[in-house]
Design a protein around this ligand. Structure first.
Ligand code: NAD
Length: 320
C-alpha cells in the first residue's frame, strides 16, 4: 500500500495529504467505490451534500470498518454545506442531517461549499437544488458569511465536526472570517492545477495556517465530460509537453506528476477515479520528488484558467 502523509490542521487534527474525491461518483456505485478505495489505501474521502452520495459513501466506509479494514478514527471524511442552507435555521439542521447520512458518528472536516448564500429551498420540494431556481433565476439570500461561519463553529462545539473550513473562498473572505472566528479556519479547498495556480492565495492561506486542498488537479479533464466549452477548447494537461517530459524523467504518469506538483508544496489532493489501476496510481504520489526547477516549469503553464466557474451558467451572478 502506498504510504500517505498528513497535514496538521489548525484544529490540531491530522488530514491525509492524498484523498479520494466523490463528485460525480453515482450514488448506486458510491458504496462499492469507497470500499474499494479504502482497500486500495485511501483514508480521506471528499464529499458534499451536492454530490448526492453521502449516505452511500458512508455505507462503503461502514462496511470497511465492519470488515476490519480500518477503524473510524483511521478515516477522514470531508463534506460541505450547500449554498441554499447558509442561514442559521437551515445550516445547523442540514449539517446534522448530513452527519446522520454518513452514519459515522462525526464529520472530520465540514466546509462551506461556496461563499454565496442562495435563497432557501425546502429539501422536501427539491432534494438537491442547483444554482438557479425553477424559473432559471438566481436568487441570493441575505445571509452573511459570519452567520454561516458561526453555525460551523456551533457544530464543532456540539461534536458533529472535528474541524471546519471553507471552499472556493478568496483572500478577502478569509481575512473577514479571521476578524471574528472562535474556531480556526482549518482548510481552504480550491481549484488548483497548472492552468490555475493562484500562488498568492495559497501563500496567504498557508502563512495563516490554513491547509490548502487542491480540487480538479487534472485541470480540464473533469469538465470535458460536462461539455464545458472552455475545457473542451483547452489542451489536456496530461498532453502538455512539460508535464509529459517530466513524467518520462521520473518514470511515472503525467497524472502522478500533476498530483506530486501539489503535494510537494504541502497542498492536499483529492483525485477521483473509478478505475482501480488509476485509483492506485493516484495514491502513489509521495514516493518521488520533483526538483524545484521542475515545479517551476509546471507552474509556468499558469493561464489563470478556471473551469469550475459558476459564471458559465450565471453570467449575471459572477463569483470571481
Ligand atoms: P479530477 O481532477 O480528480 O479529475 C477527474 C477526471 O480525471 C476523471 O475524468 C477521471 O477519469 C480522470 N482521471 C483520474 N485519475 C486519472 C489518471 N490517473 N489518469 C488519467 N485520468 C485520470 O477532478 P474532480 O473530480 O473535478 O476533482 C476531484 C475532487 O475534488 C472531486 O471529486 C470533489 O471531491 C472535489 N471538488 C470540489 C469542488 C468544490 O467546489 N469544492 C469542485 C470540484 C471538485
Amino acid at each position: 500500500m502506498a504510504p500517505n502523509k498528513t497535514i496538521t490542521l489548525a484544529s490540531g487534527h491530522e488530514m491525509p495529504l492524498v484523498g479520494f474525491g466523490l463528485w460525480k461518483v453515482p450514488a448506486d456505485q458510491a458504496a462499492d467505490t469507497v470500499y474499494n478505495a479504502v482497500t486500495a489505501g485511501y483514508r480521506l474521502f471528499d464529499g458534499a451534500y451536492d454530490y448526492q452520495n453521502e449516505k452511500e459513501a458512508g455505507q462503503g466506509i461502514q462496511r470497511a470498518i465492519k470488515d476490519g479494514l480500518v477503524k473510524r478514527e483511521d478515516v477522514f471524511v470531508t463534506t460541505k454545506l450547500w449554498n441554499n442552507y447558509h442561514a442559521k435555521e437551515h445550516a445547523i439542521p442540514m449539517m446534522k442531517a448530513q452527519n446522520e447520512a454518513w452514519g459515522l458518528g462525526y464529520i472530520d472536516l465540514f466546509l462551506i461549499h461556496f461563499p454565496v448564500a442562495l435563497e432557501y429551498i425546502d429539501p422536501e420540494k427539491v432534494r438537491y437544488p442547483v444554482w438557479w431556481m425553477e424559473d432559471k433565476s438566481v436568487r441570493t439570500a441575505k445571509v452573511s458569511i459570519r452567520e454561516t461561519w458561526e453555525c460551523m463553529e456551533a457544530i464543532v462545539d456540539s461534536g458533529i465536526a472535528k474541524s471546519i473550513g471553507v471552499s472556493n473562498f478568496q483572500a478577502q473572505s478569509l481575512y473577514d472570517i479571521q476578524s471574528y472566528l472562535k474556531h480556526p479556519i482549518s482548510a481552504l479547498q480550491i481549484e488548483h492545477h497548472p492552468y490555475l495556480v493562484q500562488p498568492e492565495l495559497i501563500k496567504m492561506a498557508q502563512k495563516h495556517n490554513i491547509a490548502v486542498t487542491a480540487y480538479s488537479s487534472f485541470g480540464p479533464q473533469s469538465y470535458v465530460e460536462l461539455e464545458n466549452a472552455r475545457a473542451q477548447d483547452t489542451k489536456v494537461l496530461f498532453e502538455a509537453e512539460v508535464v509529459k517530459g517530466i513524467a518520462e524523467t521520473h518514470n511515472v504518469t503525467p497524472a502522478q506528476i500533476l498530483l506530486r506538483w501539489a503535494t510537494q508544496r504541502n497542498i492536499a489532493v483529492i483525485p477521483k477515479s473509478n478505475n482501480p489501476e488509476r485509483m492506485a496510481q493516484n495514491l502513489s504520489v509521495l514516493e518521488f520528488d520533483l526538483v524545484s526547477n521542475e515545479i517551476e516549469m509546471i507552474s509556468g503553464l499558469n493561464q489563470g484558467l478556471r473551469f469550475n466557474d459558476p459564471a458559465f451558467y450565471l453570467p449575471e451572478n459572477p463569483l470571481y
